[in-house]
Write a protein that binds this ligand. Structure first.
Ligand code: NAD
Length: 357
């Protein structure tokens, strides 16, 4: 990768603040990125992953937090965008001490950033973080929270997928559709449940073989290899793992009509690969639009709204996704660009009446 300074990257992407967190005793190495707080405090989950190097972790924090700005805006939430990454293997290095050390760094931001769960994290981890800061959401129901946001993320992803089917096939029924799902994690599993109910044929890959085995035996889906997933003859490719899986290489292999999944930052390059999807006749459902269910639920917890409100907001994703597809067709822009325009318009209009949070 080209040698670009942190400040250059931050300035290019428009971040307000990036915090590097280190605690020797617990082994914590984390990065909190606050992208934009025009609409409210920055909210976004914490990801724990075994990044190959620090630059990769920084890139992820910067790209994910920017995505949260657009996601929170287009979902109509009074929240800015932020995200954090912890460098490490969640199955080996996640301890109470590490999570509490991280919680102290979140506390030091005085509410400018509110955290929740993402890849490698769950509701009970939020309890440890909450021992040090009140700026945490996605808490277990037993602690008065609204619990795991993943079922709601899976639900809006499913809604977005149905909207894409409506656009591609004239009907939003997914019955009989062949779907490749990359990642059988929290969201992936809930998504499988919706798709199995609707009679889809599902092919699943996961980095962890035990996860594939579990969903194969529980739901009767078919397990496939990590790389094989890009060559399958399917109607829909659904990324539900990490980002940037829609790129030059995979787009030359994918044979689907639709890309619709819950993973954040699916397009390696928003302009290039968004346009390439359009050129290849693939309908790309913007990730931050259709995976907003989780943050909607997390926000409901922050403002004291209930699950009924979450469901009502989640259902709007279907119409909103169709609107984006139609607007893309009318303007000749790619679907990701259109969704970003809608998100930016709201931020700009609110920025006109108030300063940052
Ligand atoms: P998770 O950690 O529960 O699951 C992710 C799974 O992906 C893991 O099982 C991991 O082994 C697998 N994986 C990683 N790399 C892979 C690869 N190359 N091929 C196949 N599998 C791979 O995480 P999650 O909460 O289910 O989140 C999944 C995606 O959805 C992430 O991109 C996340 O940012 C996004 N997302 C999640 C939520 C939520 O509510 N949890 C909300 C919005 C977006």
């Amino acid at each position: 990768m080209e040698d670009v300074s942190v400040f250059e990257q931050v300035s290019d992407m428009g971040h307000e603040q990036v915090v590097f967190c280190h605690d020797k005793a617990s082994g914590l190495k984390a990065i909190i990125a606050v992208h934009n707080t025009v609409l409210g405090p920055a909210l976004g989950g914490t990801r724990m992953w075994m990044y190959e190097n620090e630059q990769q972790a920084l890139n992820d924090a910067l790209r994910l937090s920017r995505g949260m700005t657009f996601k929170n805006s287009i979902a109509g939430l009074n929240l800015g965008g932020g995200k954090a990454v912890i460098i490490g293997d969640a199955r080996k290095h996640k301890t109470e001490a590490l999570l509490r050390a991280y919680g102290k760094f979140v506390r030091n931001l005085n509410g400018k950033y509110i955290t929740a769960e993402d890849v490698g994290m769950n509701s009970s981890d939020m309890e440890h973080i909450a021992a040090e800061t009140k700026h945490v959401s996605g808490m277990p129901e037993s602690r008065g929270g609204l619990g795991d946001p993943s079922p709601f993320t899976a639900y809006t992803t499913y809604m977005g997928m149905k909207a894409a089917a409506k656009k591609a096939y004239g009907s939003d029924s997914l019955a009989g559709k062949r779907i490749s799902l990359q990642g059988a994690g929290h969201v992936g599993e809930f998504l499988i449940q919706h798709l199995v109910k609707e009679g889809c044929e599902i092919f699943v890959s996961d980095y962890y073989e035990d996860r594939v085995k579990e969903v194969v035996s529980q739901y009767g889906v078919k397990g496939v290899g990590l790389d094989e997933i890009y060559d399958l003859d399917v109607d829909i490719y659904s990324p539900a793992a990490l980002g940037a899986t829609v790129n030059n290489e995979t787009l030359s292999r994918l044979k689907c009509d639709i890309i619709a999944g819950c993973a954040n930052n699916q397009l390696a390059d928003e302009k290039l690969h968004g346009d390439l999807c359009t050129e290849k006749g693939i309908i790309y459902a913007p990730d931050f639009l259709i995976n907003s269910g989780g943050v909607i639920n997390v926000y409901a917890e922050v403002i004291g709204a209930g699950t009924d409100w979450t469901k009502y907001k989640c259902e709007q994703v279907y119409d909103q996704t169709l609107r984006v597809f139609n607007q893309a067709e009318e303007t000749g822009k790619n679907t990701q660009e259109v969704a970003i325009d809608i998100a930016k318009e709201r931020i700009d209009s609110v920025a006109g009446i108030k300063a940052t949070f």
